[in-house]
Design a protein around this ligand. Structure first.
Ligand SMILES: [Zn+2]
Length: 245
């Protein structure tokens, strides 16, 4: 009886060990597969943002070094480090943006920040960006439009990208470092209206629902803009008439 019990115990241990071993094997296999897939995807994403980033830098003849890093963190943002001039593009924002123009818009904005960090010494840049951070944001947005156009991208892609990712915080105070989403979008639109009106007429983004949503939510501001431009044109006409009299 004792021997039979020992045998049974032995068989049970072998059976349990085999089961554990196979379970571990299958878990290990899944992990290895996940790691390989994840690293292959990371490599693909890294190449994708590098191609767009370097295209922007080269087309604009930017002779300052900037690095691009794709991060697998699920953060809806992209950042530009003003100390090491490294631009990080997060998976969270990559999952939201749909076209190369949109990604180029976000990268061009971050490149513009990196250029500001080159144009001023570190102390004055950090100090001014703390005192008047919104000024840098507006400037980075319009400079990004120039970078995009020069590199052959459609600047309306930037409006679409920012309309997707910027929120419209109702608790917006003087302490906010970034201007409210709608203000930034309108500022970019005004810049395109004045400098690159071709895109407002011919861009394929005219049929994009996210761009159409921007047009819908900015009706009042766009009317004000048109009025402002008409008044400016009238004033210029008056000036010209006075000169010819
Ligand atoms: Zn910014």
């Amino acid at each position: 009886m004792k021997i039979k019990f020992k045998k049974l115990l032995c068989y049970s241990i072998i059976a349990c060990s085999t089961l554990i071993c196979f379970s571990n094997f299958s878990i290990c296999q899944a992990n290895t597969y996940d790691i390989i897939t994840e690293s292959a995807e990371l490599k693909k994403n890294q190449n994708y943002i590098e191609n767009i980033g370097y295209r922007l830098l080269n087309a604009n003849r930017i002779d300052r070094r900037v690095n691009f890093v794709f991060s697998n963190k699920n953060i809806i943002n992209a950042t530009s480090n003003s100390i090491n001039r490294e631009i990080t593009f997060y998976k969270g924002i990559a999952n939201i943006l749909k076209t190369e123009d949109e990604v180029a818009g976000v990268l061009a904005h971050e490149i513009s920040h990196a250029m500001d960090s080159y144009n001023y010494n570190m102390i004055s840049y950090l100090f001014t960006s703390l005192i008047a951070p919104r000024k840098y944001e507006y400037r980075a947005d319009v400079r990004a439009v120039d970078y995009m156009v020069k590199a052959g991208y459609d600047p309306l892609g930037m409006i679409v990208a920012l309309n997707r990712v910027l929120n419209e915080n109702r608790i917006w105070t003087i302490l906010c470092t970034h201007p409210r989403g709608s203000l930034r979008l309108m500022h970019i639109y005004e810049y395109i209206y004045n400098k690159y009106p071709y895109f407002l007429v011919h861009s394929p983004y005219k049929n994009n629902p996210v761009y159409q949503n921007f047009l819908l939510t900015s009706v009042k501001q766009r009317r004000k803009l048109q009025k402002k431009i008409m008044e400016k044109n009238e004033a210029l006409k008056d000036e010209a008439n006075k000169e010819t009299l």
